[in-house]
Design a protein around this ligand. Structure first.
Ligand code: SPV
Ligand code: MG
Length: 559
């Protein structure tokens, strides 16, 4: 992230600094992250986490209906959304002094800069509701509550004490008596609330104020009074408590009415912000930057299935205690080398089909499928075990091959639905191959050779595949690595299902039955049925571990 989040701790100190500076501090009310951010953007010094607004946002009156936890949650969301201090309207402190102590601790711990406690009795009623018999707490008890709050807070946290004496109609003298008592109890500021239509009442209070404790006012009903005028009258902090919410209510009411009438969104387009404005307000740009920084690069995800179930007698006793895929070449099993290469190429997830000595394969971050019938079944049966992976693009490879990384890259670039990696060095090297069975292919058109890793000029397809092809006709050798697109998976699935309907016991090309069939048998059937199977031509750069000689070669050739 480009800008480290400001530690919340400092917001109380920031509010203290504002209190110490000359000039008025101006706050505006909010009730959630978005509205708090709007307050900050409009240039206010702080956010008033208004009990009136938070209650309204829940659709309930401002009457001690919400719990401390709900209020704290709302204040925390606001605080997290802004860099300016948040002062939380905590009404009565949610109970007596004991509740107030817990309230202070919880709000301070959340990084809120300060809170306000009023001398209404619990459950409070909004100062502006009519027809309410207003009772105030006993002054001595309220003084204890203010002291409890101040002493529960650490040095920077700001406790504002609010008196409702004027709202309750108890007169200016009572208001001053209470204000002074709260200031003397250690309040950091005193809020004198009034529902008068002019600022005269609060100005008189400020005129008679004889403490150093700064004064706060909320010009909701005396709306003509400006910040400068109130500052001149002696107020250090002015809170515009709910105008933002009232503006949005009117805008939403009018817009929704027009939308309902018109029945199309274009009718209200002029009244609403574009989506991009919402993106900006929620800082989508930062999230995108974080995604680039902290998420793995987006690649079209290709999965892999490694077939490692079989038992190869030719490698006994090397494989008496482990499957072939777990044979180590220079300290690292073949399978682990394959997984490393796949992961480096961005291929994930990787699935391994185990069978023989399956308990020996425990590499982490791999999905496992087991073909416990590995002795009497073939590769197709193993592939089916991992059928859940055969939905999107997938690399299928044998668990006994080692290969240069660029071979995998070439295969990943292929756009064929079914593509096989084919080594075109076969015609040059076949004379030296001592009759070991090779999966031969005949490609068409006959490709040029010696183009080690160059792409073909035109798509080269496979016309036939199998170990029984005439070695003299074969143009290349299938290395045991293939890629299927989603469509390729579908084709393979369709052909397989069709074959199964004919019966699992029927022979399939070079295998005595479908159950014992090799991958090349199914591929050959796919080709026979007219589906295109592409060839990704390479010239060496891989080896298969089938014999002791292969294994020895692996040690000399692998780094
Ligand atoms: C609030 O915003 O909840 C206040 C201020 O306490 S007022 O509603 O004006 O009383
Ligand atoms: Mg309130």
């Amino acid at each position: 992230m480009t800008d480290r989040a400001t530690p919340n701790r400092s917001k109380a100190a920031a509010l203290r600094r504002l209190l110490a500076k000359p000039g008025p501090i101006v706050l505006a009310g909010a009730h959630d992250g978005l509205t708090a951010r709007l307050v900050e953007e409009a240039g206010f010094d702080g956010v008033w986490a208004s009990g009136f607004e938070i209650s309204a946002s829940y659709g309930v009156p401002d009457a001690s209906i919400l719990t401390m936890t709900e209020t704290l949650d709302a204040a925390r969301v606001m605080n997290d959304a802004v860099s300016i201090p948040v002062i939380a309207d905590c009404d009565t402190g949610f109970g007596n002094s004991i509740n107030a102590i817990r309230t202070v601790r919880a709000f301070e711990a959340a990084g809120i800069a300060g809170l306000c406690l009023e001398d209404n009795v619990f459950p409070k009623r909004c100062s502006f509701y009519g027809g309410v018999k207003r009772l105030l707490t006993d002054t001595d008890e309220q003084v204890l509550k203010i002291r409890a709050a101040v002493e529960a807070a650490s040095r920077d946290f700001v406790v504002i004490a609010r008196t409702e004496a004027l709202i309750a109609g108890w007169g200016m003298d009572e208001a001053l008596r209470r204000g002074r008592a709260y200031a003397d109890a250690g309040a950091d500021a005193v809020l004198i609330h009034s529902k008068h239509g002019t600022a005269d009442e609060v100005a008189r209070f400020a005129g008679e104020w004889d403490r150093l404790t700064p004064l706060v006012c909320v010009p909701t009903t005396y709306k003509d009074a400006g910040v400068d005028e109130l500052a001149r009258a002696g107020f250090k902090m002015v809170i515009f408590a709910n105008q933002g919410m009232r503006a949005s209510i009117r805008a939403a009411q009018e817009t929704l009415k027009a939308l309902r009438e018109a029945g199309n969104a274009a009718a209200v387009d002029e009244r609403i912000v574009p989506l991009t404005e919402v993106y900006r307000l929620v800082n989508l740009g930062q999230m995108k930057a974080d995604e680039r920084e902290y998420l793995p690069p987006e690649v079209d995800t290709v999965k892999a299935v490694i077939l490692a179930a079989g038992f190869d007698r030719r490698l006994m006793p090397l494989v008496s205690d482990r499957p072939k895929a777990m044979l180590e070449v220079k300290g690292k099993p073949i399978l682990e080398r394959q997984i490393d290469a796949l992961q480096q190429a961005g291929v994930r997830p990787i699935a391994v089909v185990r069978g023989y000595k399956k308990e020996q394969i425990t590499i982490p971050n791999v999905r496992y499928y087991d073909n416990d019938a590995f002795e009497e079944s073939g590769e197709i049966e193993s592939l089916l075990r991992a059928g859940a992976e055969l939905s999107g693009a997938v690399i299928v490879m044998y668990g006994d091959i080692l290969f240069d990384r660029n071979i995998l890259d070439r295969l990943l670039q292929s756009e064929e639905d079914i593509a096989l990696v084919c080594d075109r060095s076969w015609p040059d090297t076949r004379a030296s191959r001592d009759g070991a069975a090779a999966d031969l292919v005949i490609e068409t058109p006959t490709p040029r050779r010696h183009h080690r890793f160059l792409a073909d000029d035109q798509p080269v397809r496979i016309a036939a595949i199998g170990q029984s092809l005439d070695p003299a006709d074969a143009t290349a050798e299938f290395i045991g690595m293939a890629k299927l697109s989603a469509r390729g998976c579908q084709i393979l699935g369709e052909v397989y299902r069709d074959l199964r309907e004919r019966g699992e016991a029927a022979p399939l090309h070079e295998s005595p039955s479908l159950r014992k069939a090799k991958l090349t048998d199914l591929l050959h059937e796919v080709i026979t049925r007219g589906h295109a199977v592409g060839s990704v031509g390479i010239y060496q750069g891989w080896l298969e571990v089938d014999t002791f000689d292969d294994y020895r070669r692996a040690w000399t050739e692998v780094e």
